[in-house]
Structure formats: structure tokens, C-alpha cells
Design a protein around this ligand. Structure first.
Ligand code: AP5
Length: 184
């Protein structure tokens, strides 16, 4: 049973790698960013609430993402494994997830940290050009990553759940490094 969480700064390749791996393993790829963007496109109540946070590179309030993740993990297709991309992003969210997995007897999760330097991720995101990929919003997303998300590296390291991969190589090389650590 594979339960994987992808950590890493914006543009580290979390979406690229987790999508590929989920397809290969035939388990759901659960991206909170993708779910929020779809909700914003459809102008659902969740999308309307999330819009200003996402557009400015801030994190949306915990309750909104925690509810959507809990609901998604309860779906039948998530009972045989999953890949979480973009959640948790804060220690409070990690504590929430830990409790949820414990009460639903879904432990054994591993965390993959994709390590990529700032200048590389900024160049990748500027080349992609999503709505939140303007230079000032990218800088804000990186600041938020450093202050809120990077502490999860120690959080999961202390719990012996962390695997770190050099994400500053070609997508194919990252995939093969990933496969090696997952199989080991
Ligand atoms: P989210 O969508 O999760 O954005 P992010 O973390 O900033 O991640 P990205 O999608 O930008 O990067 P990625 O690491 O997935 O890289 P990708 O594979 O796309 O979140 C967006 C917003 O939603 C947040 O800012 C926040 O507001 C909100 N949100 C989401 N989750 C939340 C939560 N839990 N709590 C609160 N708020 C939340 O690749 C990027 C580019 O690089 C692509 O063009 C790709 O082709 C290229 N690339 C990938 N790998 C390589 C490689 N190895 N070499 C060269 N290029 C590469």
C-alpha cells in the first residue's frame, strides 16, 4: 500500500512527479492546488473563499483545505493508497493529517522532499506562467514555503518518515531516483 506525501518549494516538480507516479501505481493523485484551482474556475463556495489567497501566494485557511482533504481521503478510490501533493503545508496541517490517519487506521505514510534551489524554481515557474507565477507572487510563495512549510522537513525527519531527493535534475532522473527510494 503506497501512501506518499510530496514536499518541496513551489516549482520543485511535486505535481509533475506525483502525477506520473500515481498513474504508474494506479492510485489517486490528490493535489490541493489543483482542487482549489478547479473550485475557483467553477466559482464554488470553496473557490470563492480561496481565490484571494491563491492569487496573492498566501496559504488558504487550514479549515478549508483540511475539510477538502478529509473528504477526498474518504472516497473509495483512496482506500488502496494515495499521493498527496501540496498538503500538508504547515505543522498544524501535518498534525491534523497525522490524527486523521491514525483514527482511520491509514498509517505508514512516507514523505518525499524534492530539494531544488530557489533560483531554479523561480526560472521554472516564470517559464510556465500560471496565474500565480508572476515574479512577485512567486517570491511570496517562496517566503511562505520557508516560514510555514520547510519546518515540515524536520517534523517528518524526526518521525523517520522523510526521504529527500535532488529535484534539480531532469524530470526523468528525478523519476528514477524516486522509484529507487520507494522500492528500497
Ligand atoms: P500548488 O498548486 O500546490 O502550488 P505550489 O506548491 O506552488 O506548486 P507548483 O504547482 O507551482 O509546483 P510543483 O512543485 O507542483 O511543480 P510542477 O511539477 O508544477 O498551490 C497553489 C496555491 O494553492 C498555494 O499558493 C496556496 O494558496 C493554495 N494551497 C494549496 N495547498 C494548500 C494547503 N495545503 N494549505 C493552504 N493553501 C494551499 O513543476 C513546475 C514547472 O517546472 C513546470 O513547468 C514543470 O514542467 C517544470 N519542471 C518540473 N520538474 C522539472 C525538472 N526536473 N526539470 C525542469 N523543469 C521541471
Amino acid at each position: 500500500m503506497t501512501r506518499l506525501i510530496f514536499l518541496g518549494p513551489p516549482g520543485a516538480g511535486k505535481g509533475t512527479q506525483s502525477q506520473k507516479l500515481a498513474l504508474h501505481l494506479q492510485i489517486p493523485h490528490i493535489s490541493t492546488g489543483d482542487i482549489l484551482r478547479q473550485a475557483m474556475k467553477d466559482q464554488t463556495p470553496l473557490g470563492v473563499k480561496a481565490q484571494s489567497y491563491v492569487d496573492s501566494g498566501e496559504l488558504v485557511p487550514d479549515q478549508l483545505v483540511q475539510d477538502l482533504v478529509q473528504e477526498r481521503l474518504e472516497q473509495p478510490d483512496a482506500q488502496s493508497g494515495w499521493i498527496l501533493d501540496g498538503f500538508p503545508r504547515k505543522v498544524t496541517q501535518a498534525a491534523f493529517l497525522g490524527e486523521l490517519l491514525e483514527t482511520t487506521h491509514q498509517g505508514g505514510e512516507k514523505v518525499v522532499n524534492l530539494d531544488v534551489p530557489d533560483d531554479v524554481v523561480v526560472a521554472r515557474l516564470l517559464a510556465r506562467g500560471r496565474k500565480d507565477d508572476s515574479e512577485d507572487v512567486i517570491r511570496r510563495r517562496l517566503e511562505v514555503y520557508r516560514s510555514e512549510t520547510a519546518p515540515l522537513i524536520d517534523y517528518y525527519g524526526d518521525r523517520q518518515k522523510l526521504l529527500t531527493i535532488n529535484g534539480n535534475q531532469s524530470p526523468e532522473e528525478v523519476t528514477s531516483a524516486l522509484q529507487k527510494v520507494i522500492e528500497s
